[in-house]
Design a protein around this ligand. Sequence first.
Ligand code: HEM
Length: 400
Amino acid sequence: MAKKGGLMKWLDERLAISELWRVMMSEYYLPKNINFLWSFGVLTMLVFVILVVTGIILLMYYKPDSKLAFDSVNKTIMMDVSYGWVFRHTHAVGASIMFLVLFIHMARGIYYGSYKAPREVVWVTGFILFVLMSATAFTGYLLPWGQMSYWAAQTITTLFEKIPFIGPDLVIWIRGNYIVEDATLTRFFALHVTLLPALILVFTVIHMYAVRIVGSNNEDGIPMTKEEKKKNGIPFWPVFMSKEFFVMSVFLLFFFYLVFFNYGFAMDPINFQPANYLQTPPHIYPEWYFLAFYEVLRGFFFSETLGLIAFVASMFLPLFLPWLDRSPIVSGKHRPLFRIMFWIFIIDFVFLTILGKLPPTGLFAWLGFIGAIVYFIFFFSLPIISFIEKKQVASGGGQQ
Ligand code: HEM
């Protein structure tokens, strides 16, 4: 860091800023064998900042009251406030793109085995961020008080009823009433704008700190000591960050193309009708990023309880990856069997997402069931693949 004086020196003596800068930025080295997929962590942070800034502006005009909410969004923000529509579109597209970026960030982690030791804490804190982000998106979706907002909240909260003993009471506690209504809106609003974003911020700091402690993985999954990285790696600041700025600029072009020319995918047309608790829409579905999990739930169409268990398992199984996959080989680049299962999993996830929006009848219902089973096969194949690879490594084959 350049020589400092005046205010910087004063702050440094009290807050050790240059020490923090050294550890987190200028003397944090990344391996050379990483590709552009390692930029998705920073892109996630960028989208989060966009969501917070646009969210604060929307908050100035939004009314968390079931009689006023719909008009405050669709009339005040969209028509009366200068550029209100830009902020609303940016926030809605931001929420959708957040999940696209998160899914790529997670898939990169899975493919290159970034969840394996010593990165378990990075993985677990990342997973907590995914759960928090899902809760934020779910609570936020109710706020415009449109037909799909209302019925998606009604359907998803009803799922909790199936939980033995506490289910029915829990649903009333979540909704604040027997059905989704004003009390639900105000509590979802409170969580969406305060607790959840604050927790996301806290866990992002812990996640980043954990990455700094154990260091980044690389394409080949080769463990590198701090000294090796210092000798052969690239410093985060300014070298890696300059690449990140380039990736961010390209990403922002794509992002604002969507905001201005293709925002429709992030806003369901049915949601432009005000919520009506007497009229169920012909077909209820969540936003695209929850469709795969929703389809796992519907896949077990012959048993509601089994469907609910499968739904919860499909969301939480990724958390256990570090313990399901015990192979000594880290990166998917050197694991042919794992690679096949990984790509089947990705195709299956896309397939489930597409099916999730179609009516769950006839052939679609059975395809949903097959898709759900394939989803679980990926996770439960990992201990078997690990066993085979352990034997290969022990016999001198395979690459570690
Ligand atoms: C708000 C959400 C998140 C933010 C802001 C975030 C941010 C980051 C950043 C900046 C990095 C370092 C750069 C990189 O390797 O891409 C990183 C690494 C990592 N993240 Fe996240 N992340 C988030 C969610 C997640 C989730 C949901 C998971 C997985 C469940 C996850 C797992 C990981 C892993 C395993 C690494 C280490 C990658 C490696 O060293 O190869 N993160 N994250």
